[in-house]
Design a binder for this molecule. Structure first.
Ligand SMILES: *[C@@H]1O[C@H](CO)[C@@H](O)[C@H](O)[C@H]1NC(C)=O
Ligand SMILES: *[C@@H]1O[C@H](CO)[C@@H](O)[C@H](O)[C@H]1NC(C)=O
Ligand SMILES: *[C@@H]1O[C@H](CO)[C@@H](O)[C@H](O)[C@H]1NC(C)=O
Ligand SMILES: *[C@@H]1O[C@H](CO)[C@@H](O)[C@H](O)[C@H]1NC(C)=O
Length: 195
Protein backbone atom coordinates (compact mmCIF):
# COMPACT_ATOMS: atom_id res chain seq x y z
CA UNK A 1 0.00 0.00 0.00
CA UNK A 2 2.72 2.40 1.00
CA UNK A 3 4.61 1.40 -2.11
CA UNK A 4 1.62 1.93 -4.46
CA UNK A 5 1.10 5.39 -2.93
CA UNK A 6 4.74 6.42 -3.17
CA UNK A 7 4.82 6.57 -7.00
CA UNK A 8 2.09 9.15 -7.51
CA UNK A 9 3.38 11.00 -4.43
CA UNK A 10 6.89 11.23 -5.82
CA UNK A 11 5.54 12.26 -9.25
CA UNK A 12 3.49 14.97 -7.56
CA UNK A 13 6.53 16.03 -5.60
CA UNK A 14 8.57 16.16 -8.80
CA UNK A 15 5.90 18.21 -10.59
CA UNK A 16 5.70 20.55 -7.61
CA UNK A 17 9.49 20.91 -7.59
CA UNK A 18 9.55 21.68 -11.34
CA UNK A 19 6.67 24.13 -10.96
CA UNK A 20 8.23 25.83 -7.95
CA UNK A 21 11.67 25.98 -9.55
CA UNK A 22 10.39 27.33 -12.89
CA UNK A 23 8.27 29.91 -11.06
CA UNK A 24 11.25 30.91 -8.97
CA UNK A 25 13.54 31.13 -12.01
CA UNK A 26 10.93 33.09 -13.99
CA UNK A 27 10.49 35.50 -11.08
CA UNK A 28 14.25 35.91 -10.86
CA UNK A 29 14.51 36.75 -14.59
CA UNK A 30 11.51 39.08 -14.64
CA UNK A 31 12.44 42.26 -16.47
CA UNK A 32 13.64 44.98 -14.14
CA UNK A 33 12.96 48.53 -15.26
CA UNK A 34 15.08 50.34 -12.71
CA UNK A 35 17.49 49.72 -9.90
CA UNK A 36 20.08 51.65 -7.95
CA UNK A 37 23.76 50.93 -8.59
CA UNK A 38 26.87 52.17 -6.87
CA UNK A 39 28.70 54.58 -9.26
CA UNK A 40 31.81 52.38 -8.89
CA UNK A 41 29.95 49.60 -10.76
CA UNK A 42 30.48 51.69 -13.94
CA UNK A 43 34.01 52.66 -12.96
CA UNK A 44 32.90 56.19 -12.07
CA UNK A 45 35.62 57.06 -9.61
CA UNK A 46 37.66 60.24 -9.85
CA UNK A 47 36.23 62.95 -12.14
CA UNK A 48 38.71 64.43 -14.63
CA UNK A 49 38.92 67.83 -16.27
CA UNK A 50 40.07 67.77 -19.90
CA UNK A 51 40.98 70.74 -22.06
CA UNK A 52 40.67 70.20 -25.82
CA UNK A 53 42.00 72.70 -28.32
CA UNK A 54 41.29 72.60 -32.05
CA UNK A 55 40.19 74.63 -35.07
CA UNK A 56 36.74 74.35 -36.64
CA UNK A 57 36.54 74.84 -40.42
CA UNK A 58 33.16 76.10 -41.61
CA UNK A 59 33.33 76.11 -45.41
CA UNK A 60 30.18 77.45 -47.08
CA UNK A 61 31.64 78.28 -50.52
CA UNK A 62 33.28 76.39 -53.35
CA UNK A 63 32.64 72.96 -54.78
CA UNK A 64 32.98 71.10 -51.47
CA UNK A 65 31.17 73.07 -48.76
CA UNK A 66 31.15 71.53 -45.26
CA UNK A 67 28.14 73.63 -44.22
CA UNK A 68 25.05 73.61 -46.43
CA UNK A 69 21.89 75.61 -46.08
CA UNK A 70 18.96 73.22 -45.93
CA UNK A 71 16.06 75.54 -45.09
CA UNK A 72 15.05 79.15 -44.71
CA UNK A 73 11.92 81.22 -44.20
CA UNK A 74 10.25 83.18 -46.98
CA UNK A 75 11.41 86.30 -45.08
CA UNK A 76 15.04 85.18 -44.49
CA UNK A 77 16.41 87.04 -47.53
CA UNK A 78 14.88 90.27 -46.24
CA UNK A 79 16.31 89.83 -42.73
CA UNK A 80 19.57 91.66 -41.92
CA UNK A 81 20.44 88.83 -39.53
CA UNK A 82 19.44 85.98 -41.86
CA UNK A 83 16.72 85.02 -39.38
CA UNK A 84 15.24 81.61 -40.16
CA UNK A 85 18.13 80.05 -42.11
CA UNK A 86 19.13 76.51 -41.15
CA UNK A 87 22.40 74.83 -42.11
CA UNK A 88 23.65 71.27 -41.67
CA UNK A 89 27.37 70.96 -41.05
CA UNK A 90 30.07 68.33 -41.19
CA UNK A 91 32.97 70.63 -40.35
CA UNK A 92 36.50 69.26 -39.96
CA UNK A 93 38.28 69.91 -36.65
CA UNK A 94 42.04 70.27 -36.99
CA UNK A 95 45.01 70.58 -34.65
CA UNK A 96 46.31 73.77 -36.29
CA UNK A 97 44.46 76.56 -38.16
CA UNK A 98 45.58 75.45 -41.65
CA UNK A 99 43.11 73.27 -43.51
CA UNK A 100 45.97 70.84 -44.28
CA UNK A 101 46.57 70.28 -40.56
CA UNK A 102 45.83 66.94 -38.89
CA UNK A 103 42.10 66.25 -38.55
CA UNK A 104 41.10 65.30 -34.99
CA UNK A 105 37.36 65.10 -35.52
CA UNK A 106 34.26 66.51 -37.14
CA UNK A 107 31.59 68.90 -35.90
CA UNK A 108 28.33 67.40 -37.13
CA UNK A 109 24.93 68.94 -36.65
CA UNK A 110 22.82 71.98 -37.29
CA UNK A 111 23.05 75.71 -36.81
CA UNK A 112 20.15 78.09 -37.17
CA UNK A 113 20.10 81.87 -37.41
CA UNK A 114 17.78 82.38 -34.47
CA UNK A 115 17.88 86.13 -33.70
CA UNK A 116 16.07 89.01 -35.39
CA UNK A 117 18.40 91.61 -33.87
CA UNK A 118 21.93 90.20 -34.29
CA UNK A 119 23.86 87.37 -35.95
CA UNK A 120 23.21 84.71 -33.33
CA UNK A 121 23.21 81.01 -34.03
CA UNK A 122 21.50 78.21 -32.18
CA UNK A 123 24.16 75.49 -32.33
CA UNK A 124 23.05 71.86 -32.00
CA UNK A 125 25.91 69.57 -32.82
CA UNK A 126 28.16 66.70 -31.88
CA UNK A 127 31.92 66.96 -31.78
CA UNK A 128 32.85 63.51 -33.10
CA UNK A 129 36.51 62.87 -32.35
CA UNK A 130 38.77 60.57 -34.36
CA UNK A 131 42.10 61.19 -32.65
CA UNK A 132 43.91 58.63 -30.47
CA UNK A 133 42.14 57.70 -27.25
CA UNK A 134 39.24 60.00 -28.20
CA UNK A 135 38.50 58.17 -31.47
CA UNK A 136 34.81 57.24 -31.47
CA UNK A 137 33.93 59.49 -28.52
CA UNK A 138 31.63 62.48 -28.83
CA UNK A 139 30.69 65.67 -27.02
CA UNK A 140 27.28 67.27 -27.53
CA UNK A 141 27.02 71.04 -27.82
CA UNK A 142 23.78 72.97 -27.39
CA UNK A 143 24.22 76.70 -27.20
CA UNK A 144 24.06 80.23 -28.50
CA UNK A 145 26.78 81.55 -30.79
CA UNK A 146 26.83 85.31 -31.47
CA UNK A 147 29.31 84.90 -34.31
CA UNK A 148 30.67 88.46 -34.31
CA UNK A 149 31.48 88.47 -30.57
CA UNK A 150 35.16 87.96 -29.77
CA UNK A 151 34.58 84.88 -27.60
CA UNK A 152 31.37 82.89 -27.56
CA UNK A 153 30.59 80.31 -24.90
CA UNK A 154 28.45 77.26 -25.45
CA UNK A 155 27.50 74.51 -22.99
CA UNK A 156 28.67 70.93 -23.43
CA UNK A 157 25.58 69.04 -22.38
CA UNK A 158 26.84 65.46 -22.55
CA UNK A 159 29.07 62.98 -24.25
CA UNK A 160 29.74 59.39 -25.19
CA UNK A 161 32.66 56.97 -25.00
CA UNK A 162 35.44 58.47 -22.88
CA UNK A 163 33.14 61.46 -22.41
CA UNK A 164 30.22 59.63 -20.75
CA UNK A 165 28.60 61.88 -18.13
CA UNK A 166 30.42 64.90 -19.62
CA UNK A 167 29.52 68.46 -18.84
CA UNK A 168 31.43 71.63 -19.48
CA UNK A 169 31.72 74.47 -21.93
CA UNK A 170 33.27 75.40 -25.26
CA UNK A 171 34.75 78.79 -26.05
CA UNK A 172 34.81 79.75 -29.71
CA UNK A 173 36.95 82.54 -31.13
CA UNK A 174 37.00 83.41 -34.84
CA UNK A 175 40.47 82.87 -36.27
CA UNK A 176 39.73 83.88 -39.87
CA UNK A 177 36.51 84.98 -41.51
CA UNK A 178 36.30 85.67 -45.22
CA UNK A 179 33.46 88.15 -45.54
CA UNK A 180 33.21 87.51 -49.29
CA UNK A 181 32.86 83.72 -49.26
CA UNK A 182 31.50 83.37 -45.73
CA UNK A 183 34.12 80.71 -44.92
CA UNK A 184 35.41 80.76 -41.35
CA UNK A 185 38.05 79.09 -39.22
CA UNK A 186 37.17 79.18 -35.54
CA UNK A 187 39.47 78.36 -32.63
CA UNK A 188 37.82 76.18 -29.97
CA UNK A 189 38.84 75.66 -26.35
CA UNK A 190 36.70 73.01 -24.70
CA UNK A 191 36.79 72.35 -20.95
CA UNK A 192 34.96 69.23 -19.90
CA UNK A 193 34.47 67.23 -16.72
CA UNK A 194 34.14 63.49 -17.24
CA UNK A 195 35.34 60.21 -15.70
C1 LIG B 1 17.20 84.09 -51.36
O1 LIG B 1 18.32 84.52 -52.11
C2 LIG B 1 19.07 83.47 -52.70
C3 LIG B 1 20.28 84.08 -53.38
O2 LIG B 1 20.72 85.22 -52.76
C4 LIG B 1 18.20 82.72 -53.70
O3 LIG B 1 18.94 81.66 -54.24
C5 LIG B 1 16.98 82.20 -52.99
O4 LIG B 1 16.10 81.61 -53.92
C6 LIG B 1 16.26 83.30 -52.24
N1 LIG B 1 15.23 82.67 -51.45
C7 LIG B 1 14.02 83.17 -51.30
C8 LIG B 1 13.08 82.40 -50.43
O5 LIG B 1 13.69 84.21 -51.84
C1 LIG C 1 42.51 74.53 -48.23
O1 LIG C 1 42.26 75.86 -48.59
C2 LIG C 1 42.72 76.17 -49.91
C3 LIG C 1 42.57 77.67 -50.11
O2 LIG C 1 41.42 78.17 -49.51
C4 LIG C 1 41.92 75.32 -50.90
O3 LIG C 1 42.34 75.62 -52.21
C5 LIG C 1 42.14 73.86 -50.60
O4 LIG C 1 41.31 73.06 -51.42
C6 LIG C 1 41.80 73.57 -49.15
N1 LIG C 1 42.21 72.19 -48.83
C7 LIG C 1 41.44 71.37 -48.15
C8 LIG C 1 42.05 70.05 -47.79
O5 LIG C 1 40.30 71.65 -47.80
C1 LIG D 1 39.17 55.37 -35.42
O1 LIG D 1 38.32 54.25 -35.27
C2 LIG D 1 37.83 53.75 -36.50
C3 LIG D 1 36.80 52.69 -36.19
O2 LIG D 1 37.21 51.84 -35.17
C4 LIG D 1 39.00 53.24 -37.32
O3 LIG D 1 38.53 52.75 -38.56
C5 LIG D 1 39.96 54.39 -37.56
O4 LIG D 1 41.10 53.95 -38.24
C6 LIG D 1 40.38 55.02 -36.25
N1 LIG D 1 41.11 56.25 -36.54
C7 LIG D 1 42.23 56.57 -35.90
C8 LIG D 1 42.86 57.87 -36.30
O5 LIG D 1 42.71 55.89 -35.02
C1 LIG E 1 35.10 92.78 -45.38
O1 LIG E 1 36.40 92.88 -44.79
C2 LIG E 1 37.15 93.97 -45.27
C3 LIG E 1 38.55 93.87 -44.71
O2 LIG E 1 38.59 93.25 -43.46
C4 LIG E 1 36.43 95.26 -44.89
O3 LIG E 1 37.16 96.37 -45.37
C5 LIG E 1 35.02 95.25 -45.48
O4 LIG E 1 34.30 96.39 -45.07
C6 LIG E 1 34.28 94.02 -45.09
N1 LIG E 1 33.02 93.94 -45.83
C7 LIG E 1 31.88 93.72 -45.24
C8 LIG E 1 30.70 93.60 -46.14
O5 LIG E 1 31.76 93.56 -44.02
Amino acid sequence: MAKTLSKPTSILFMLFTIFFFSTYVTADEAPVFSKNLPPSSLGLNQQKLSHLHFYFHDIVSGPKPTAVRVAQAATTNKSATGFGAVAVIDDPLTLLPENTSKVVGQAQGIYTLASQSEAALLMVLNLAFTEGEYNGSTLSVLGRNTVFSTVREMPIVGGSGVFRFARGYAQAKTYTFDNKSGDAVVEYNVYVLHY
